[in-house]
Design a binder for this molecule. Structure first.
Ligand SMILES: [Zn+2]
Length: 54
């Protein structure tokens, strides 16, 4: 099931040339609200390094 939450995506565009922090914040928000794609490997590693919950 990879259902896209269009409303969330429209309201939360990924910034252009996002830095790592921005990507992590985006992906954490994304994972909560939408399941169109899983968290990417490198993001998961960074989230864990920072002691955040996925
Ligand atoms: Zn999505």
């Amino acid at each position: 099931m990879n259902k896209i939450n269009k409303v969330w995506h429209l309201a939360n565009k990924m910034p252009k040339n996002p830095n790592l922090d921005e990507r992590i914040i985006w992906h954490l928000g994304h994972a909560k609200h939408c399941s169109c794609r899983p968290l990417a490997g490198k993001i998961v590693e960074e989230v864990k390094k920072r002691g955040l919950k996925v």
